[in-house]
Design a protein around this ligand. Structure first.
Ligand code: PLP
Length: 355
């Protein structure tokens, strides 16, 4: 494996802590539950993308980039982490963010959008079908004005980004040896797929029996996400020259916890966020870690794990995403029905300005 030879810029405080969750374990009457705190990577508000960016930004530096161009959803954690990395390394950043319409203006500056604004990111809001055009035009116009743009695609789920999560698995294995626990399962949120790809590759490289369960966050159904993660694994293996044999069956995806779309709200997710906060003071986000915790809770309740199993929950960050969902959490706390399940900033939402 060429991992050690890859250029890397230090952005994360590593290793992130591995902690036991005894109260959650008790509440769920199931396996021993631990958490790997990748929400504490230390870049901006932390999260899984810091590990990917260590390799991606090293490549941007090597290519003498002065302006990062990337994009994702309106309240994207990826955009926050990419903007923080760019700023820390003295670069400009443009974010192409998808929303309900080109003229979408939020009622309030909140959550990740507020953080993007604070970091002085240039921003364009576009419909998803116009994303590529906007990205290409931005790159062209930066080049014309003498800049050296560097494009970060697919929320960092490209070979260099995957390297970050192969490393994370090596780190977790060393921590688990220290505390003498062999993890039977790791549960985490899977979106663009790079995190799961790196974890699966890392587990295979170390011949671990840990099964990696990705809870899909609504963008893809299970079979589609298995294909997607497997593609990311294959591309990373080729590009990084890895000689690790991975089968599609090694990629486990559950798709029943996200609601009917990316960023949508369900009572299961809200309950999961409340449960983690109430039992362990562990703050999750409503989009990603709520989905993976809802998955963990449900699998415990269904008796999927045995009592002697040890399960690690990978906290992938995203806490800034909590605040734009405050009305839903308030309604849940008051026992009222949820005011909305499709966020107003989702492309699936109706934009009153374009009606
Ligand atoms: C908080 C959080 N968790 C998990 C993920 C999913 O990671 P990946 O896109 O590598 O599948 C993301 C992606 O944006 C995220 O922001």
């Amino acid at each position: 494996m060429k991992l050690n030879a890859l250029p890397r810029v230090r952005l994360a405080n590593l290793p992130t802590p591995l902690q036991e969750l005894p109260n959650l374990t008790k509440a769920l009457k199931g396996p021993r539950i631990y958490v790997k705190r990748d929400d504490l990577t230390g870049l901006a508000l932390g999260g899984n993308k810091t590990r990917k960016l260590e390799y991606l930004m090293a490549d941007a530096i090597a290519k003498k980039a002065d302006h990062i161009v990337t994009g994702a959803g309106f309240h994207s954690n990826w955009c926050t982490q990419a903007a923080a990395a760019a700023r820390k390394l003295g670069m400009e950043i443009t974010l192409i963010k998808t929303g309900p319409g080109e003229d979408y203006k939020p009622e309030e500056y909140d959550g990740n959008h507020l953080l993007h604004t604070l970091m002085g990111a240039e921003m364009q809001i576009v419909r998803p079908e116009n994303f590529k055009k906007a990205l290409d035009e931005t790159v062209e116009s930066l080049k014309e004005s003498g800049h050296t743009p560097y494009v970060l695609l697919d929320a960092g789920s490209t070979p260099l980004g995957v390297a970050g999560y192969i490393n994370a698995m090596l780190e977790l294995e060393s921590q688990s040896r220290e505390i003498g626990v062999d993890f039977n399962y790791l549960v985490h949120a899977t979106g663009s797929g790079g995190t799961q790809a790196g974890l699966v590759l890392g587990a295979k490289a170390l011949s671990l029996d840990t099964k990696i369960i990705g809870a899909s966050t609504g963008g893809r159904k299970a079979l589609e996400q298995v294909e997607n993660v497997y593609r990311v694994i294959s591309e990373a293996s080729r590009a990084l020259g890895l000689n690790i044999s991975v089968h599609k069956e090694d990629v486990i995806v559950k798709d029943e916890y996200a609601g009917s779309g990316y960023g949508f709200v369900t009572e299961g997710k809200i309950e999961a966020v409340r449960m983690a906060a109430e039992t362990e003071g562990l703050i999750l986000d409503p989009v990603y870690t709520a989905t993976s915790m809802a998955c963990l809770v449900d699998l415990c309740r269904k008796g999927f794990f045995t009592k002697s199993d040890s399960v690690v929950f990978l906290h992938t960050g995203g806490s800034a995403g909590l605040f734009p969902y405050r009305d839903c959490f308030k309604a849940y706390a008051l026992g009222e029905s949820l005011p909305w399940t499709i966020p107003p900033w989702s492309p699936a939402s109706k934009n009153p300005k374009t009606e």
